[in-house]
Design a protein around this ligand. Sequence first.
Ligand code: UN1
Length: 498
Amino acid sequence: MDTPLTCRNYIDGKWLTAVAAATLESRNPANKREVIATFPRSAATDVDTAVFAARQAYQSWRLVPAPARAEYIFKVGELLSKYKEELAQLICREMGKPLAEARGDVQEGIDCAFYSAAEGRRLFGQTTPSEMPNKFAMTVRMPIGVCALITPWNFPIAIPCWKAMPALVCGNTVIFKPAEDTPACATKLVEIFAEAGLPPGIINLVHGVGEEVGKALVAHPDVDLVSFTGSSETGAEVGSICGRTHKRVCLEMGGKNAQIVMEDADLELALDGAVWGAFGTAGQRCTATSRLILHRDIKEKFTTMLKERTSKLRLGTGSDPNTEVGPIINERQLQRVSQYLDIARAEGAKVLIGGEIATEGELENGYFFQPTILDEVTPQMRVAQEEIFGPVVALIEVNSFEEAISILNNTKYGLSSSIYTRDINRAFTAMRDIEAGITYINGPTIGAEVHLPFGGVKQTGNGHREAGTTALDIFTEWKTVYVDFSGSLQRAQIDNRE
Ligand code: UN1
């Protein structure tokens, strides 16, 4: 076992010891005896120091030309590429996902760096004719100020990159509050931003617990924007505090994503998608497939195929190249998944396979849950409505395409969705009628790419989309500029009318 990493806060370009004396630790979810890192339980005063530094730095950073700001982010992309393997190994140890997926997590950060860096030479506004003579009208994107980024543990590199990179290119400064489970990944990521040469105060890192550091950031009068990814419950709280304190807020919350398999689908392809969507990252993605809506004509056959494939999935530590399903992040989440199995049984769902905490051999040392298929699920059951965030998929049988769409839409969430069909008319109808931020045709519910908008409708989000050019809408505000070169007062709506 490696020596645990000692994580510190990074404020105003310096690695600091937090004011709070208490120290917390992160552990390997595949081997709970292995401490990966210790990190400070920071206090509100640490948040104050970080916000002060970010505010000071903002005054000069906003004036650095956007292409020059973007060059730092390009450099971060190069460094992420250089350290890709090291970071992937760390993700694997601290968060648990299999190595191939961990490399994907870093790659998503790299993609985001190069994409965001290119935006530094765009950040386009508009010019448009004025209604008055000798007058010019245009719009420009302006930075917002100090941004608090509160991120989850399931994509410990990709998600902070989605937020920090466009925020910085747009001219904001950042305070990053990572999840308690992945402080080492966050520390390494910020080390990379520092190595890229970003001036002091532009990116700051404050470790700690959500109830303390997160809350202090969200309530802080000198924070202008909060970008949060996490549970719907916490998101609602973040949103209400931001509402009361007039902050900009971007919320990415839960999902109850479904994959529809129609009777005309390529079943092998649909099977590959279902297994990857449901059990990839042990179901711990907000985009994970947690419902499979199956047409009755293929239900039995597809269920047999799925059960057979699921029974062969290899659970284990993410660093083992044979592992297909890694651990659950921590004891609390493991118990939560387990409780959902109790709920499923009590509601009358049938556990086709899995359903238990896995303890065979070495698995006993970590937090593993067997890949689980629930059959005979009806659309109103809690396991068909609530986000489980584990390797559990619910099967729902339907009689028609219309019923499939209606059941898919019948949740409070709307992040990702998928349909497997060979019928072009159904595919286009699904694209129109599915209520979700993302719809895949003949692909699983996971696999978003950084240059396209990411986010959801209904209670998944609050109208924003991360990534793609839409990220710029989160991290900038429009300014409308009128330039009157007529040399006289021209009254709009009045002087150009009879
Ligand atoms: C998340 O689960 O919060 O599409 C993000 C995907 C990934 C991103 C997931 N590219 O599954």
